[in-house]
Design a protein around this ligand. Structure first.
Ligand code: KG4
Ligand code: ZN
Length: 340
């Protein structure tokens, strides 16, 4: 029994074939990073057009590598929420067309939930019930996950997502988009105590909400004061860049770890599952491991290859298939439900 999973929520065109036993037979990710680099962020219209060009070749290659014919699939899963409307529509339209023409059932998935489900693919034991923490370019959300289908939103960023802050600070420091991995690299050569930066909301135990926009602005002030200077004109010393990268990374990690710990305290849950692009960050992984070991909490972090957007995590669709939750051909996208 094979599932074809399709992912086009943002700027990665991805497909994967996964068996019922959760074995990955093939996974293809066509990244659009180069197309968006000069804008230092994802341009929705460019993303949608690029998905349109790539989706069929990506699916074709994925099925070929798995040695599977379309009509033999058990189902086609597609992420329909949340994400960029145009990008989501490309994935859903192709999924519907293939499901109809091959006579295969359609299943819709929630991209943010799928990020957490990536942890299940790396674990023999069930990961639910647990605290789920999605830390990506679009989301920084904490959930109480009762099961693969029952999620309560506990809190999250009230402005920028953690990955978004990484990407924006990276631009200020002269790194290419997406800047998270580059900041993390530079941080290895820097001193995290060198530049004092704020940790917004970190000391407020009354909320599981977070904020990264002020931290990003604090970096800006350290670089150009109140001026309107173009960052590309700045002549920054490599040591300063490394120290800023390390100090910024530490500030973000402090905020994320503190709120994850608060969510564990509040819920009393003994499992923490972490996914999303920023979960690939080495420092964050280390610090979460320390905190969980101190609290005797079982930690699941998605393997780095499944942290950034991919279609393998769409294996969460198997849980829906088991519950008989199939979608009709009039299914629609739900772009904006960031906190569901
Ligand atoms: O999950 P993802 O691929 O897309 C969304 O669903 O948003 O996450 C992409 C984000 C980008 O902001 C990228 O800079 C960040 O994840 N990222 C990292 C690292 N690797 C990717 N941030 C910090 N450290 C990393 N190693
Ligand atoms: Zn994502």
């Amino acid at each position: 029994m094979h599932l074809l999973s399709i992912e086009t929520t943002c700027d990665e065109t991805a497909a994967a074939v996964i068996t019922r036993q959760r074995t990955v037979l093939s996974s293809v990710v066509a990244s659009q990073e180069k197309l968006h680099e000069r804008f230092a962020g994802v341009v929705p219209e460019i993303a949608a057009r690029a998905h349109l060009e790539r989706i069929i070749p990506v699916i074709d290659e994925t099925l070929k590598r798995a040695g599977i014919e379309g009509p033999d699939l058990r189902a086609i899963a597609v992420a329909t929420e949340p994400g960029l409307p145009g990008s989501l529509l490309v994935g859903l339209s192709v999924a519907k067309a293939l499901a109809w023409s091959w006579g295969v059932p359609l299943v819709t998935t929630h991209h943010v939930h799928a990020h957490i489900y990536a942890c299940q693919l790396n674990s023999e034991k069930p990961i639910f019930p647990s605290v789920g923490f999605v830390v990506s370019g679009g989301h920084t959300n904490l959930y109480r996950c009762h099961s693969s289908s029952q999620w309560d939103y506990l809190g999250g960023t009230i402005d920028d997502a953690a990955g978004e802050a990484f990407d924006k600070v990276a631009v200020m420091l002269g790194f290419a988009y997406p800047g998270g991995p580059e900041i993390s690299q530079a941080a290895m050569r820097g001193n995290p105590q060198a530049i004092p930066l704020p940790r917004p909301m970190v000391d407020d135990p009354s909320t599981l909400n977070m904020s990264f926009s002020g931290l990003k602005t604090a970096v800006r002030y350290k670089l150009v004061g109140n001026g309107k200077q173009d960052f590309s004109q700045l002549q920054l010393e490599p040591t300063f860049v490394a120290d800023m990268a390390a100090s910024f990374e530490m500030a973000v990690v402090d905020c994320l770890v503190a709120k994850a710990e608060l969510a564990l305290k509040r819920t009393g849950l003994k499992i923490l599952c972490v996914g999303g692009g920023v979960a690939a960050n080495r420092k964050l992984r280390e610090r979460l491991a320390q905190m969980c070991s101190k609290r005797k909490v079982e930690l699941h972090i998605a393997p780095p290859s499944l942290c950034t957007d991919n279609a393998v995590m769409g294996a969460i669709a198997w849980e829906k298939i088991d519950r008989g939750e199939f979608a009709n051909l009039d299914a629609d996208v739900r772009p904006g439900l960031l906190r569901s």
